[in-house]
Design a protein around this ligand. Structure first.
Ligand code: 5GP
Ligand code: ZN
Length: 115
């Protein structure tokens, strides 16, 4: 728990936010400022800023989170026609919250094809 971190406060329930999904490793919430028809955030419960700061165990846990995400995305978010996952890392990418999180965007065709 980082006292100054907005996502830690969401995870701890200090800020009331509807959790669409929660288990021992992560929560899924709606993004407060959606950039797509569906825009949610998968947030690991442990606080670390970026992939570069992750411990080996946190990396294993992130793997488990990715393994679970397709099920949550299909059955909780209802995205049956594809989606995009984004992890912004640092200033150039536009990262604004320095608690690692995975954007889940979907519910529409995406016109920005970076790769
Ligand atoms: P980043 O730019 O760091 O990759 O993404 C941070 C995301 O968190 C942004 O899309 C922003 O809209 C979202 N966000 C910031 N504060 C809050 C909040 O208090 N609640 C929720 N649900 N999302 C937030
Ligand atoms: Zn945090």
């Amino acid at each position: 728990m980082n006292q100054d971190c907005i996502f830690c406060k969401i995870i701890d329930g200090k800020i009331t936010t509807q959790k669409l999904y929660e288990d021992d490793l992560f929560v899924v919430v709606k993004d407060i400022s959606p950039k797509a028809n569906v825009h949610c955030l998968a947030i690991p419960k442990e606080h670390y800023s970026k992939l570069a700061d992750m411990s080996e165990r946190q990396a294993v846990d992130l793997g488990k989170i990715f393994a679970k995400l397709p099920d949550v995305i299909a059955n909780v978010l209802g995205l049956a026609n594809g989606y995009r996952l984004i992890i912004n890392q640092g200033e150039d990418a536009g990262q604004t919250v320095f608690h690692l999180h995975i954007h889940i965007v979907g519910g529409q065709k995406m016109d920005f094809i970076p790769a």
